[in-house]
Design a protein around this ligand. Structure first.
Ligand code: NAD
Length: 336
């Protein structure tokens, strides 16, 4: 191990930790030295898969025993604030999974409390997907002219029972069955965050939520109407009970510009109008790639002291839109 490598502890060895451990394995400048989960069998499994020296069944024990530089918080949302506080108490910089906290109020209080005591970044990894950053670059270069309309949608059938009676979303993330705030808080938060990164700060104008699958208590249909500071309409839609759509389908984005428009569909992104450009991406590769890029960004910005693109403070903007979406939606429309 080179002297310049940061020592990392990972808290939480559940479903999405696989993508985190893979990202840490591929990054430059850091090495995971410990894995922690109250379910020690999960920590041991990841330790075996990724050749990690130590496992712990309690975060406190891990922080006490290891001299960590960085911690990666990959635990359920309601535990994030306590994990971040523990990192602060041990002067360890933290990368925390989204959402930073279950509510905007809790997240705001946490950001105020942490201040500059440690570096704190949120893993809003979708933003780092190369097809979104390419669209962002086109917008910045003015190639779309004036943007007049924006739409992003996520359609999957993963919250419907399949022919075998299995609900694919629950195989990966069983905890979702009991989440009252489901689609927007867990998944569309990414689409909202991507929209902020492309369109600037937004306000929610109206929203509607629906439930189209009896396997969940929360919403799995959402339509959010937003507007940016230039008065451009941005529509964010998610329907995870859409029969016939792939269970891990990516986003569709349509942006209308006065010079060029953009279409992202099935990981193919096109610029068309005054000029034509087309780029084909691999959706499966992009899914892991955004974890790799987000983790590398965290390491690099800790090292050079520059601001994080997806700082904890920045996350408050996304969480405000999530909160406003729930507040404006009224009762969840029941379709089951
Ligand atoms: N960025 C993304 O694309 C993405 C994708 C899926 C999930 N997530 C987020 O990642 C987080 C984890 O989701 P998941 O699907 O892996 O959940 P999960 O339930 O599969 O895994 C969470 C793990 O954390 C462990 N845990 C609970 N409390 C802990 C503690 N105090 N210390 C250490 N471990 C603890 C649990 O035992 C479990 O193994 C959530 O915040 C979720 O929203 C992000």
């Amino acid at each position: 191990m080179s002297a310049t490598q940061y020592r990392v502890g990972v808290l939480g060895c559940g479903n999405v930790s696989m993508d985190h451990f893979t990202g840490w394995q591929r990054c430059e400048g850091a090495v995971v030295v410990a894995a922690c989960d109250p379910d020690i069998s999960r920590a041991k499994m990841r330790a075996e898969q990724f050749k990690i020296a130590k496992v712990y069944d309690s975060p406190a024990k891990m922080f006490e025993a290891e001299k960590l530089d960085l911690v990666d918080v990959v635990t359920p949302r309601e535990t994030h604030a306590d994990m971040v506080r523990m990192a602060r108490d041990h002067k360890v910089h933290a990368l925390c999974e989204k959402p930073l906290c279950p509510t905007l109020a809790e997240a705001t209080a946490l950001v105020d409390e942490i201040g500059d005591s440690i570096r704190l970044m949120v893993n809003e990894n979708w933003r780092y997907r190369p097809y979104y950053t390419l669209i962002g670059k086109w917008i910045k270069e003015g190639r779309l002219g004036k943007i007049v309309h924006y739409r992003i949608s996520l359609k999957r059938e993963n919250m419907l029972r399949n022919a075998q009676g299995v609900v694919p979303a629950l195989v990966r993330q069983p905890f979702m069955a009991k989440e009252e705030r489901l689609l927007v808080a867990e998944s569309l938060i990414h689409d909202i965050d991507v929209t902020r990164s492309l369109m600037g700060e937004l306000d929610v104008i109206a929203s509607r939520l629906g439930r189209g699958s009896d396997a969940f208590i929360g919403e799995n249909i959402a339509t959010i109407l937003m507007e940016n500071k230039q008065g451009v309409t941005a529509v964010v839609e998610g329907v995870l009970c859409s029969a016939g759509y792939h269970i891990r389908a990516g986003n569709r984005i349509e942006i209308s510009g006065t010079r060029c428009s953009v279409l992202l569909d099935n990981a193919v992104v096109k610029l068309f109008g005054a000029e034509q450009e087309e780029h084909v991406f691999d959706e499966t590769e992009m899914r892991q790639k955004c974890f790799d890029l987000s983790i590398q960004h965290f390491i690099d910005r800790v090292r050079d002291g520059k601001p994080f693109w997806t700082s904890a403070k920045d996350q408050l903007g996304t969480l405000k839109l999530v909160e406003d979406t729930y507040n404006m939606a009224g009762p969840v429309r029941q379709h089951v």
